[in-house]
Design a protein around this ligand. Structure first.
Ligand SMILES: [Mn+2]
Length: 332
């Protein structure tokens, strides 16, 4: 819990911070926010991540010093593990034998850390880092503000997903006061992709269809589309949400070919439709409005099995309520 984290930061001095592979804005922003907090307290800290930092987050202060690490080389007083469901998620060998501090806002997180601080009411780990800064009596520097703001903006879909609370906006307001620039950070995330994203989007959108009810939209992406577009990882971020812009569409299924007869599937829904239940039926998981799974088999057959399951989830939600707000939450 928070008090344990405060105590260990006060009593130790040599830290590393890591997050999951293919980190999102919360992973990178929270790691760097904590990094700047530790430095401001006179501690030693470094951020270590398996792989490259995605382009959207490279303009954050401290991002250029993040080290690509696959295996831990030495003993730290403690290693903070940000936004990970288990100790394997960072993809860094040797983490198990360190003193680890698990910081996450997903209720499903395993308590794998030596110390565990899980707050499922936080919109993002970024919100927790802000709380930590306050609890430890630290000052919100401009660097901390920019990094934590990035975490909030990306995890809440620019403050419109269902995890956005009055606290989230209060924290965001404090961060802006401390020097975070919403327009600059928004541009880094939403207007900073390579052209290959547009090429890939054009091809994927060409496959968009709806079922007979008009409520479920499907999208497909082949390996060939990715190749023709010259696309890189991350170029397809958010494609699954595009059909949800239509009023009558309440669920979207985005199937991405990753091998022979093998697909990664992203699912999204609006309101009370529990799309996580659908993902679980196929061995996947996620949140109520955002989930994912991996599936093997014939494309048409698997797509219709998934669409049928989504249809049943829609019927179940229509049967038990009339709520229909626009919701969503990210999946790690
Ligand atoms: Mn998060």
């Amino acid at each position: 819990m928070l008090s344990q984290v405060v105590e260990l930061i006060e009593n130790k001095r040599d830290f590393a911070i890591t997050t999951h592979i293919k980190p999102d804005g919360d992973g990178v922003g929270s790691s760097l926010g904590l990094f700047w907090l530790l430095l401001s307290l006179g501690k030693k800290a470094e951020v270590i991540v398996h792989g490259d930092v995605p382009a959207a987050y490279r303009s954050l202060p401290g991002a250029e010093d993040i080290r690509d690490v696959r295996s831990i080389e030495r003993r730290y007083d403690a290693v903070f593990v940000i936004e990970c469901s288990d100790i394997k998620r960072p993809g860094i060998a040797g983490l198990e034998s360190q003193f680890t501090v698990n910081i996450d806002h997903h209720a499903t997180s395993e308590h794998f850390g030596t110390v565990n601080w899980i707050d499922s009411t936080a919109s993002a780990v970024g919100e927790m880092i802000y709380n930590l800064c306050k609890a430890i009596g630290g000052r919100i520097t401009k660097e901390i503000a920019e990094c934590v703001y990035m975490a909030l903006v990306t995890d809440t879909g620019s403050f419109h997903f269902s995890n956005t609370s009055d606290r989230t906006l209060k924290v965001a307001s404090e961060l802006i006061k401390a020097g975070a620039k919403p327009a600059k950070i928004g541009e880094a995330v939403y207007a900073n992709y390579p052209w290959s994203r547009i090429e890939l989007m054009r091809r994927v959108l060409d496959t968009v269809k709806r079922d007979d009810s008009g409520k479920i939209a499907t999208l497909r992406q082949t390996i060939e589309m990715k190749r023709l577009s010259g696309a890189v990882d991350g170029d397809n971020n958010g494609f699954v949400n595009i059909p949800l812009a239509a009023k009558e569409v309440v669920a979207a299924v985005y199937m991405r070919e990753v091998g022979t007869d093998e697909y990664r599937v992203s699912l999204r829904s609006k309101g009370d439709i529990n799309i996580a239940r659908v993902a679980e039926k196929f061995g996947g998981g996620g949140h109520k409005n955002a989930a994912g799974l991996r599936i093997i088999g014939n494309w048409d057959e698997k797509e219709s099995e998934i669409v049928d399951a989504v249809r049943r989830a829609i019927e179940a939600s229509e049967a038990d309520s009339s709520s229909n707000g626009l919701n969503g939450h990210h999946v790690k």
